[in-house]
Design a protein around this ligand. Structure first.
Ligand code: HEC
Ligand code: HEC
Ligand code: HEC
Ligand code: HEC
Ligand code: HEC
Ligand code: HEC
Ligand code: HEC
Ligand code: HEC
Ligand code: HEC
Ligand code: HEC
Length: 389
């Protein structure tokens, strides 16, 4: 065999192989499932692939940005524990709160009365101011229980016998003192005053919220005439109450009951600060009795009553102030809907005043139910059953 022949036959074999291989590749189409069914080419393959993200030049890695000095390097303030703590009050003996008995003295010796003259020597200023108060001026001729005993009120009537205090005025337990800074308990302080003032307005003191929480000296200052009457610790009564009742202070500014000083209405017009038999320290026997004192027209009697009015004015009103006039706790119609949630709505297709949420209801001007039911507190008219006249 010559070389030419071998080369030619090899070429032929290679060609045949190429054609054969092409044939195989072309026939390797995914086998169509059923006859007639259109073969769908693989979707992904036909769509041009988006340029790979990796090709876009990346911004310099964040790590390369110079970081600010680590926080740890900032010098920390010295730990709180190192700050010297103020000495705790533990040096004062913690005394048990007792209702009627005074804290035992840290000595066996008895306290004796020394008389007012001794006190005046060292407490000139206080004594001079106290001389102007009703307690100093009071004499047993006044008609009080003290009359029978024939005593005059002196320093030691309130502060207790002062013999030990005159000797050692640094030991605070040797004299009774008052106010929040005193070492005598609340009950001990109040007992002193209640000795003489247990009746009248103070009758309910022990049962009331103030009696449980406050001292007489929280509202009264008996060593001086700060207020015109009643030995109060502020010039006006409202200011006393506002010390603690901050919300009522803000209410007072927008209250028809309290905003005008010339109206002469103050907190104790409705409340008794010393306690009462009524909830909310009211001076009247109920909320409604309190309101009737001035709004007597609302008492009735009515031919047609509106039941909640007889029950409690506060079902609809707020006593101090409200952002809804007149002192309503909720705006109309929502106030009325609190109870009248199933109003009869006529299905005539016409706008119905009782369908309050219907914007076409031109009858419900301002969404006010009292446009048609003005006698909201009760009607005296024979045909006012629906509080309409
Ligand atoms: C020798 C002078 C002297 C005499 C007398 C005297 N006191 Fe004092 N009293 C003082 C001094 C000083 C203080 C202040 C003590 C203090 O702040 O540590 C004081 C404080 C008080 C306090 C306040 C106590 C406290 O805990 O806040 C009352 C109350 C008091 N005296 C009432 C009286 C009465 C009542 C008499 C008459 C029985 C009297 N004192 C007689 C010197 C005297
Ligand atoms: C009706 C009771 C009563 C009488 C009487 C009375 N005190 Fe007071 N004293 C008090 C009360 C309460 C306080 C507490 C201060 C206050 O009212 O805010 C007080 C406070 C004081 C203080 C403390 C000083 C201060 O401003 O905190 C001294 C001192 C004092 N009285 C001395 C006297 C002397 C002296 C007399 C007699 C001239 C006297 N007291 C009579 C009830 C009384
Ligand atoms: C929450 C404040 C408050 C406290 C606490 C308080 N009072 Fe009054 N007190 C008043 C006011 C305000 C008046 C004057 C208004 C009124 O009640 O007519 C008054 C008036 C008085 C009156 C004269 C009128 C009356 O009702 O007889 C006496 C006495 C009196 N207080 C004693 C005391 C005694 C004692 C204590 C402690 C047991 C005390 N008060 C605690 C606020 C207070
Ligand atoms: C020894 C009895 C006695 C003691 C204790 C006493 N009071 Fe009085 N207090 C009187 C007398 C008496 C009057 C005169 C008015 C009256 O007739 O009720 C009076 C009047 C008052 C008034 C009314 C002032 C006015 O302008 O009408 C107040 C407030 C008052 N005392 C508060 C106190 C307080 C607070 C204490 C305790 C720190 C106290 N009293 C302790 C007997 C006492
Ligand atoms: C020293 C603080 C203080 C002063 C001053 C004060 N109160 Fe109070 N008052 C209280 C505390 C504490 C309560 C109890 C609150 C609670 O339990 O939620 C209270 C409760 C009340 C209540 C609600 C009672 C209830 O049953 O819910 C009324 C009303 C009231 N005070 C009226 C007054 C009036 C009026 C004055 C001024 C003469 C006054 N307060 C002054 C502390 C004070
Ligand atoms: C027109 C009468 C009236 C006047 C004036 C008045 N109150 Fe009231 N207050 C009421 C009634 C009513 C209540 C509700 C009582 C209840 O819950 O049963 C009340 C409730 C309160 C309460 C209990 C908490 C709350 O807000 O419901 C406090 C505290 C209070 N009043 C403080 C004051 C103070 C402080 C003043 C003076 C600035 C004042 N009141 C003036 C009638 C009045
Ligand atoms: C001491 C008398 C007095 C008492 C008690 C009283 N009021 Fe009044 N009230 C008045 C006066 C005065 C006005 C008128 C104020 C004005 O016109 O500025 C008024 C006004 C009103 C108004 C109308 C407010 C406005 O914006 O027009 C309502 C509502 C009201 N009071 C409800 C009550 C209720 C509810 C109570 C009981 C919790 C009550 N009042 C207790 C004196 C009182
Ligand atoms: C069912 C809710 C409701 C109750 C309960 C109620 N009120 Fe009213 N009150 C109203 C409405 C609503 C108005 C406003 C009327 C208007 O816009 O014409 C009003 C207005 C007032 C007014 C001012 C206008 C006027 O008629 O003088 C006073 C005062 C008043 N009420 C007092 C009282 C008193 C006092 C009580 C308790 C006896 C009370 N209200 C109970 C809903 C009520
Ligand atoms: C706290 C609940 C309450 C609120 C708030 C209230 N009502 Fe009433 N209302 C009643 C009750 C209870 C009756 C009596 C129903 C009865 O007798 O069947 C009544 C009766 C009525 C009647 C007479 C209808 C009848 O069937 O006799 C009318 C009209 C009326 N209310 C209108 C109003 C209006 C307008 C308001 C708002 C300003 C209002 N009510 C707010 C509870 C309430
Ligand atoms: C356009 C006038 C008008 C308005 C606005 C109006 N009502 Fe009436 N309401 C009436 C009339 C008229 C009746 C009597 C209907 C009847 O007897 O069939 C009535 C009846 C009632 C009744 C008695 C229903 C019953 O069962 O017999 C109640 C409760 C009532 N209205 C509450 C309200 C309330 C709450 C509003 C505010 C959302 C309101 N009304 C707004 C005119 C009105």
């Amino acid at each position: 065999m010559n070389r030419k022949k071998i080369f030619a036959s090899l070429l032929v074999i290679v060609l045949i192989l190429i054609i054969f291989a092409q044939n195989i590749l072309l026939t390797e189409v995914p086998s169509s499932p059923a006859e007639g069914a259109v073969s769908i080419p693989p979707v992904e393959a036909v769509m041009p692939a988006p340029p790979a993200e990796v090709t876009t030049p990346l911004p310099p890695a964040e790590a390369t940005i110079p970081l600010p000095a680590a926080e740890a390097t900032i010098p920390l303030p010295p730990a709180e524990a190192t700050i010297p703590l103020p000495p705790i009050d533990v040096t004062l003996p913690i005394l048990p709160e007792k209702e009627t008995f005074f804290t035992p003295l840290p000595t066996e010796r008895k306290r004796e009365n020394v008389g007012m003259d001794k006190c005046i020597k060292c407490h000139k200023d206080q004594s001079a101011r106290w001389e102007g108060t009703i307690h100093a001026k009071w004499s047993p001729s006044f008609t009080t229980p003290e009359k029978a005993k024939g005593v005059k009120i002196e320093c030691e009537t309130c502060h207790g016998p002062g013999s030990l205090h005159v000797e050692d005025n640094k030991e605070r337990l040797f004299i009774i003192s008052f106010g929040p800074g005193s070492k005598d308990t609340k009950a001990e302080q109040n007992t002193v005053c209640l000795k003489c003032h247990e009746k009248g307005g103070l009758y309910y003191w022990n049962g009331g919220v103030h009696g449980r929480n406050l001292r007489c000296a929280d509202c009264h200052h008996v060593m001086d005439n700060i207020s015109r009457r009643y030995l109060l610790n502020k010039t006006s009564e409202k200011e006393i109450c506002f010390q603690c009742h901050v919300r009522q202070k803000s209410e007072g500014f927008r209250s028809p009951h309290l905003s005008h000083d010339e109206a002469k209405m103050t907190c104790s017009t409705c409340h008794t600060p010393h306690g009462s038999s009524t909830q909310g320290l009211l001076s009247a026997s109920s909320v409604n009795e309190n309101c009737y004192n001035c709004h007597a027209d609302k008492r009735g009697p009515y031919l047609f009553e509106h039941l909640p009015v007889q029950e409690n004015c506060l079902l609809c009103h707020k006593p101090h102030s409200s952002i809804h006039r007149p002192l309503l706790k909720v705006r109309q119609p929502f106030l009325c809907l609190e109870c009248h949630s199933n109003l009869p709505v006529k299905s005539t297709g016409m706008p119905d005043p009782h369908n309050v949420m219907d914007p076409r209801s031109r009858y419900v001007y301002n969404r006010g139910c009292t446009n048609c039911h003005p006698m909201i507190h009760g009607s005296k008219h024979p045909s006012g059953a629906r509080l309409q006249r």
